[in-house]
Structure formats: structure tokens, C-alpha cells
Design a protein around this ligand. Structure first.
Ligand code: C2E
Ligand code: CA
Ligand code: CA
Ligand code: CA
Length: 274
């Protein structure tokens, strides 16, 4: 009987030790990846109905690993956050996006901009604003060419710092977007808590449009209307079909993003889409 009760604990302890050492190895690999320049940014277009063209790209991180192949950010972003490496990698991401948009602007698209995903850990770090200021001045990027995408968890973690930081970003000329709206504990209150210029509605809304079409459509129409009343531009994520695009246009969404327009692609291919 004793064995039966003890064995599972021993097993779990061994298992946890193994996982912990695997985790440490993975963190080491990620650190080496930065040095080896294996991180890449890919770009997904955001299309504006009113202007009938691509007005922006979202930058998305990829790890092009010699050992593991192309690794999705979902596999390693949380490890970067837990290990604190997100600050260093995050700086690289902002710098890379800033250089890319400056290049595209010089090449004939002076109004184009790029959105950059910013982790809560980065945004709430006390050195964040000075890091951003430094990168913007080093790269000579125009602050209005960058938009930072932030998830609402920032408000849950530290509302005061979040408000202060987003306000400072706006003062620098960098706009912000609320990402993944409609997931987690989203409430409409979040829309007025921080001064966002853009609202990105999560693609989970689109599934509902199909299952309970009329109600989900009314909810979406309401969200678009509230956001618009707050002066926010709405971007619908994950649009995969023409039917979805047409319905969203009818509902008043300002912009769309998704495989229907294009998958995220490397910079040269992104430029071809313009
Ligand atoms: P996200 O910010 O919500 O990014 C949108 C994700 O949806 C991307 O996945 C994109 O490839 C995918 N997507 C775009 N259009 C469609 C579509 O029509 N259908 C479907 N099914 N998916 C679509 P990805 O690139 O794998 O990124 C996953 C998440 O990883 C991102 O979600 C974001 O939270 C995080 N992430 C990506 N790049 C960065 C980064 O540079 N920094 C930080 N902190 N997080 C990042
Ligand atoms: Ca995003
Ligand atoms: Ca999103
Ligand atoms: Ca997401």
C-alpha cells in the first residue's frame, strides 16, 4: 500500500525535474537563437474598407531554428516572458519593425504603418518607455509609423502602470491597439479604461457569426458602434472567407485582417501586396 501511494509522487518529482531541465535547455536555445539571428518577423496585411487598400501590416514573430525548423511564437513566447528574455527579444522586435517600416515609407508608402505585439511583461517594465525612446531615435523611425498591440491582461495585472505607460506612448506619438478583444474576461468597460486608438476583435467572434448568425451579428454591430463612439478604429481578425468579409463590411467594421487577404509573409512578399 505504501508503494502505491509513494510511487506516483516520486514519479511526479522526477517528471518535474525533467521538465525543469528541459525548460532550462529551451531557454538556452532561445538565447542562442537571438545571437544567431534566427528570429524573424513576418507581416500580415490589414485592409481598410473605406480606403480600399492595405493600410498597415501586423508584425508576427517566427523562430527559424536550424534544429527545430520554423517554430510558432505560441511555443515559446511564454518561456521568453517567464525567463525575462522577452525584454531583450522585445527590443529586437521593435527595432526590426521600426527599420522595416522606415524602409517601406522611403520606398513610396509614406502613410503605411506596422503594428507590433507587445507583451504585458514588456509594457509593465519600468524601463519600457526609455527603451522605446532609444529604439525610435536610433532607427530614426517616425513614431506614427508604429502601433503597439496590447492585450487586456495588462489592466488586470496593473491598471495604473498600464494607463501611465499607454499615455506616455501616446505622448511619444505611438498609438496603441487593444488586441484579442472578446477573449478571456473581456468586458466593454476595458474600452474606456485605456486610451486605445484601435480595437482588434478576436476571430472567435466569427465562429459565432455562423452558429447564431443574427445575435452574434447584432453584438458585433454594437461593439463596432461603441468603439466608433470612443473614436476607435475596429479591426476584425481572422477573416478567412469572402462571405465573412462582406458581412463585416455590412456590420460597419473599419478594417479586416486574415487569411482571406493574406497569410503572414516575409517582408519582400509583403511589399508585393501593396
Ligand atoms: P495574435 O497577436 O492574436 O496574432 C494573430 C494570430 O492569428 C497569428 O498567429 C496569425 O498568424 C493568426 N492568423 C491570422 N489570420 C488568421 C486567419 O485568418 N485564420 C487563423 N486561423 N489564424 C489567423 P501567430 O503568428 O502564430 O501568433 C500567435 C500569437 O503569438 C499572436 O497572436 C501573439 O499573441 C503572439 N505573438 C506573435 N508575434 C509576437 C511578437 O512579436 N511579440 C509578442 N509579444 N507576441 C507575439
Ligand atoms: Ca496581435
Ligand atoms: Ca489578436
Ligand atoms: Ca491571440
Amino acid at each position: 500500500a505504501r508503494r502505491l501511494t509513494e510511487a506516483p509522487y516520486a514519479f511526479f518529482t522526477e517528471e518535474l525535474k525533467r521538465l525543469d531541465s528541459e525548460r532550462k535547455l529551451f531557454v538556452k536555445e532561445l538565447s542562442a537563437a537571438l545571437d544567431r539571428q534566427e528570429f524573424k518577423l513576418v507581416y500580415q496585411p490589414i485592409y481598410s474598407f473605406r480606403e480600399d487598400r492595405i493600410v498597415c501590416f501586423e508584425s508576427l514573430l517566427r523562430w527559424d531554428s536550424s534544429e527545430f525548423g520554423m517554430v510558432s511564437p505560441l511555443e515559446f513566447i511564454s518561456l521568453l516572458e517567464e525567463s525575462g528574455m522577452i525584454l531583450e527579444v522585445g527590443d529586437w522586435i521593435i527595432q526590426e519593425a521600426a527599420m522595416q517600416i522606415s524602409k517601406w515609407r522611403r520606398e513610396g508608402y509614406p502613410e503605411l504603418y506596422i503594428t507590433v505585439n507587445v507583451s504585458v511583461k514588456q509594457l509593465l517594465d519600468e524601463t519600457f518607455i526609455s527603451r522605446v525612446q532609444h529604439i525610435v531615435s536610433e532607427t530614426n523611425a517616425s513614431p506614427d509609423s508604429l502601433v503597439f498591440e496590447i492585450t487586456e491582461s495588462v489592466v488586470v495585472e496593473d491598471r495604473e502602470t498600464a494607463l501611465l505607460t499607454v499615455t506616455k506612448l501616446n505622448d511619444l506619438g505611438i498609438s496603441t491597439a487593444l488586441d484579442d478583444f472578446g477573449t478571456g474576461y473581456s468586458s466593454l468597460a476595458i474600452l474606456s479604461l485605456l486610451p486605445f486608438q484601435y480595437l482588434k476583435v478576436d476571430r472567435s467572434f466569427l465562429d459565432d457569426l455562423y452558429s447564431r448568425e443574427s445575435q452574434a451579428a447584432s453584438v458585433l454591430k454594437g461593439i463596432v458602434s461603441i468603439a466608433s463612439g470612443l473614436g476607435q478604429v475596429t479591426i476584425m481578425e481572422g477573416v478567412e472567407t469572402k462571405a465573412q468579409m462582406e458581412l463585416l463590411k455590412e456590420l460597419g467594421a473599419d478594417r479586416i485582417q486574415g487569411y482571406y487577404i493574406s497569410k503572414p509573409v516575409p517582408p519582400n512578399q509583403a511589399f508585393e501586396l501593396l
